[in-house]
Design a protein around this ligand. Structure first.
Ligand code: NAD
Ligand code: WQD
Length: 342
């Protein structure tokens, strides 16, 4: 079956996607520079699928190494491009790192396929919508001025891809706009591995519950929402991984919408921070130590996706709910306590 290049494949979403590609009969090939992941993830993947996936360690910002890889691997029929820097706060402090890494890796990849037809799935983000004017937000909603250099790299990358698809004709591209990926593989052998103090909600919840953090601070409970806390569309990482397999299949079949398309990847449901905490306490069977603190700069109040287009045209729908997101996150955190990775 088709060989699919998974850039960033030892990362959080990439590693889960490698598993789902294998389960769907594809041969995943990972390229990763391990700048935000650990080589042990290959062993974890092997424990799940029974084989160690092909792995190449190099920086996609290195033009010659990227070109050499592409020339030496002519049987790659599709690419899922996860590799990027993704921490919003860090991008504000160090924008050049983000513009360099996220653009040079993308452009080197695209340039390597200038003469060859290629199917290309890109990791985008609901962050491109900013604070939507209407909810749920559809793919036709206007892209708003990015509130961070990270978000700007996603918006500009989408423009690069759209213009590349229309200019050259040999690129067939789908951008997936993820909402909030959370959760872990059901085996608890794969999950999120945040570097240092977690910026995202779920790893902070689970690290607080396991005693690594003293308490969770809820950033604001005075928003214009039913319980005063922000609302997000949390999506299970395994559902998200399966959306990438669906995107590759659509590209292989031929996307009737043309050679550039965008899909929202969420559940279509919004949950507040307090609802997420309550769901975690139910799933873990233990109370979470949290307090309310000041709002966090740049936070969107409410965002959740209209996923009608993904259901109809991508033939994909999220299947796992917030309870499984919380239960799998907690199982993974307990696994890490006994089996540290990195
Ligand atoms: P991650 O950091 O776990 O995975 C990214 C992987 O890419 C890491 O393994 C890292 O080592 C690798 N990498 C980074 N730069 C590279 C380079 N120049 N060359 C080779 N490898 C490189 O992140 P993730 O959460 O799995 O996110 C994957 C993608 O999804 C990213 O593009 C991110 O922007 C996007 N995304 C993530 C979220 C989220 O909340 N996690 C939401 C929306 C979009
Ligand atoms: C979720 C909610 C916080 C931590 C970010 C990026 C986005 C994407 C996903 C890459 C918010 C609240 C959080 C905490 C809290 N990443 N929170 N206490 O901000 O929706 O999205 O990650 O593409 O681009 O912006 O996710 O998990 O940081 O926050 O109260 O310690 O949890 O205020 O309401 P966010 P998050």
């Amino acid at each position: 079956m088709s060989k699919i290049l998974v850039t960033g494949g030892t990362g959080y979403i990439g590693s889960h996607t490698v598993v789902e590609l294998f389960n769907a009969g594809y041969t995943p090939v990972i390229v990763d520079n391990l700048s935000n992941s650990n080589i042990q993830i290959l062993d974890q993947i092997e424990k799940i699928i029974g084989i160690k996936p092909e792995f190449h360690e190099f920086d996609l910002c290195d033009e010659s190494k990227t070109k050499a890889f592409i020339l030496n691997n002519p049987d790659i029929s599709g690419i899922i491009h996860f590799a990027a820097s993704k921490a919003v706060g860090e991008s504000v402090a160090d924008p050049l790192k983000y513009y360099y890494n996220n653009f040079f890796s993308l452009i080197n990849l695209l340039n390597g396929y200038r003469e060859t037809p290629i199917n290309f799935v890109f990791s985008s983000s609901c962050t491109v919508y900013g604070e939507p004017d209407t909810l749920p937000v559809t793919e036709f909603a206007p892209v708003k001025k990015a509130t961070s250099p990270y978000g700007n790299t996603k918006q500009i990358a989408e423009e690069i891809l759209q213009e590349t698809a229309s200019a050259y004709g040999n690129y067939n591209i789908i951008a997936l706009r993820y909402f909030n990926p959370v959760g872990a593989h059901a085996t608890a052998l794969l999950g999120e591995l945040p570097n240092g103090v977690p910026q995202n909600l779920l790893p902070f919840i689970t690290q607080t519950a396991i005693g690594k953090r003293e308490k969770l601070t809820v950033f604001g409970n005075d928003y214009d929402t039913p319980d005063g806390s922000c609302i997000r569309d949390y999506i299970h990482v395994v559902d998200l991984a399966k959306a990438h397999v669906a995107a590759i299949k659509l590209l292989e079949k031929g996307n009737p919408n043309g050679n550039y398309d965008v899909f929202n990847i969420g559940t279509g449901q919004g949950n507040s921070v307090i609802e997420a905490i309550t769901a975690f306490e139910k799933a873990s069977g233990q109370k979470l130590n949290y307090e309310f603190g000041p709002r966090r700069d740049g936070d969107v109040i409410k965002v959740y996706g209209d996923v009608t287009k993904s259901a109809k045209e991508l033939n994909w729908k999220a299947e796992l709910g917030i309870d499984e997101m919380m239960a799998s996150s907690w199982k993974w955190e307990k696994y890490l306590k006994e089996n540290p990775i990195g």
